[in-house]
Design a protein around this ligand. Structure first.
Ligand code: MRU
Length: 359
């Protein structure tokens, strides 16, 4: 997708520099900085401090992180340790483990002199596949938005939470992909963008990328969605996910659950968009999903431009207050109208998911 009218993907390998390039998302929307990852440690750090984030992009970065590991040292113990360190870098998004496992399987038994080539090729395959899957999610979700428009014959108001945009994937996004497809097909849409405290991925990233693609959008405080739904100002909610269980329960950015409850109470369709790499086929009970707890400083401090347009971080809480920063919550399947996947739209249930992906 575009930034200042130039097409980008979120991650790519630079042959000349022999490094992995990423867009540093901690500086957006105020600064657009492309960074080099040269070692597997750089990749782990980029995931940890969220220079890259969003489940599919975390997976893509981990895949390239594995390639960087093979470049540094082809000792199997080093590669194994690197895979474990990558998996530990963030706990909730399942795409991370999925991508590392896929890379490890691919590298099994490969000659030392071929390791780097094979690893780079597989990392690119993972990213290309994610791009294609996200594009398909858009085409499948487009039909849902089209149906609403055909009935309403007026602007379709879509609410989204966090950033499940192209910046969270390789391209297109998950939740935003149907939005971009609708916009490209001339359907009048407007997006309510949840600010998404504490890290403001909605305000800083979703609104930013929608602006760059000229999609009308308005940022709202996280607690505003409920009243907008009661007033009839939301036609559909579409969000992403970091891990969807085979039961159809959906783990996503903190606050998603409350939006789903409000949508349910107001009879508003609540869709979750995901590539199949985000499905966890093993965990059956949502309470077993590892929920990331991040530093309370993400709540107590906020970063923005000062009067000189310099980035500045300031404390906004009482100095003595404690704060709890859980990064994700789980929306039970019963509140999910449907899952928009690369293969089609299905009910959030184990039968439907199995039918779609395991038969
Ligand atoms: O903590 P983040 O910014 O990595 O969280 C991202 C989300 O919660 C997204 O909604 C999710 O990864 C889906 S991305 C297409």
């Amino acid at each position: 997708m575009k930034i200042e009218n130039r097409e980008y993907r979120t991650i790519w390998f630079d042959e000349n520099n022999q490094s992995v390039k990423i867009i540093d998302q901690t500086k957006l929307p105020h600064q657009f900085i492309i960074k080099d990852l040269k070692t597997v440690k750089d990749a782990i750090n980029a995931i940890k401090i969220m220079e890259v984030r969003g489940a599919p992009l975390i997976g893509g970065t981990a895949a390239y992180g594995m390639a960087l590991a093979t470049k540094e040292n082809n000792d199997p113990n080093f590669i194994k340790k690197s895979s474990e360190d990558l998996i530990q870098s963030r706990p909730t998004a399942i795409n991370l483990r999925w991508a590392v496992d896929r890379m490890m399987n691919k590298l099994l038994g490969v000659n030392n002199n071929e390791l780097l080539n094979v690893a780079l090729k597989e990392a690119k395959n993972i990213c290309d596949e994610d791009e294609k899957f996200c594009e398909n999610i858009g085409l499948n979700g487009l039909k849902i938005i089209e149906d609403i428009y055909n009935k309403k014959k007026d602007t379709v108001n879509i609410l989204t939470h966090c950033n499940a945009g192209w910046l969270a994937t390789i391209n297109w996004g998950t939740a935003t992909s149907p939005i971009y497809q609708a916009h490209k097909n001339g359907i009048p849409i407007h997006v309510w963008v949840d600010e998404t405290r504490p890290r403001n991925q909605g305000a800083n990233l979703t609104s930013y990328e929608l602006n760059e693609e000229s999609v009308p959008n308005t940022i709202i405080a996280d607690n505003t969605g409920g009243i907008l739904m009661q007033r009839g100002d939301v036609d559909i909610c579409i969000v992403g996910t970091d891990r969807t269980l085979s039961t159809g329960d959906v783990c996503n950015k903190i606050g998603t659950y409350l939006k789903a409850l409000a949508a349910y109470d107001n009879d508003i369709p609540f869709y979750v968009a995901l590539p199949s790499s985000t499905i966890d086929w093993d965990i059956k009970n949502f309470k077993d999903i590892p929920i990331e707890e991040r530093s309370s400083e993400e709540l107590s401090h906020i970063e923005g431009l000062d009067e000189n347009d310099d980035l500045k971080k300031i404390l906004i809480y009482p100095k003595k207050s404690k704060a709890l920063n859980l990064a994700f919550d789980v929306t039970p399947a019963k509140y999910v109208t449907g899952l928009i996947t690369e293969k089609g739209v299905c009910v959030a249930s184990s039968d439907e998911l199995k039918k779609m992906f395991r038969q």
